[in-house]
Write a protein that binds this ligand. Structure first.
Ligand SMILES: Nc1ncnc2c1ncn2[C@@H]1O[C@H](COP(=O)(O)OP(=O)(O)OP(=O)(O)O)[C@@H](O)[C@H]1O
Length: 144
């Protein structure tokens, strides 16, 4: 799960988190930093042609354990599932592998905070159902 220690909300400067590129795939511009996971950095971004909000996930190409390509394959296989973002672009830009995704709504952590860090039993069961279904789908195509 990702950590959000230094949100760059309001900043248009992607360099704030050590990333020295401003666009990927020609038309996806990085905007504010959303969070950093164990292997990647995620930004809010925009498709400058369609004006669509996107999420841009970057992984340094010199990372010891590259995972973005695998995550890209998992998303491709789970396409259309609940909570699975559509892939807009995948490739390499400068020193980064990049995956551009449909921008989802608030994270589970955000929703948990909105709910005073307490989910009802019904919500927990609905979440468990979605997670088990996604893992099952992935296992059916040999991804787990
Ligand atoms: N498509 C998306 N739309 C909106 N926010 C997203 C999207 N994908 C990821 N995020 C947000 O970006 C942050 C980091 O994402 P994520 O946890 O997937 O990174 P990660 O590097 O895969 O982390 P880990 O490997 O530690 O799970 C989280 O706050 C997450 O909610």
């Amino acid at each position: 799960m990702a950590s959000n220690e230094q949100p760059g909300v309001g900043s248009d400067n992607a360099c704030l988190h050590g990333v020295d590129i401003v666009r990927v795939g020609g038309k996806y511009r990085l905007r504010e930093w959303i969070g950093s996971g164990s292997f990647s950095i995620v930004y809010c971004g925009i498709n400058v042609v369609l004006k669509e909000d996107v999420a841009i996930k970057l992984e340094p190409i010199d990372a010891e354990f590259l995972q973005l390509d695998y995550e890209h394959k998992v998303y491709k296989h789970l396409a259309g599932g609940i909570g699975i973002p559509a892939i807009r672009w995948f490739g390499t830009e400068g020193d980064y592998n990049a995956m551009v995704l449909q921008c989802l709504g608030p994270s589970l952590e955000d929703l948990f905070n909105y709910s005073n860090r307490m989910f009802s039993l019904r919500t927990v069961l609905l979440l468990a159902d979605q997670m088990v279904c996604n893992v099952y789908e992935a296992s059916c195509v040999g991804l787990y």
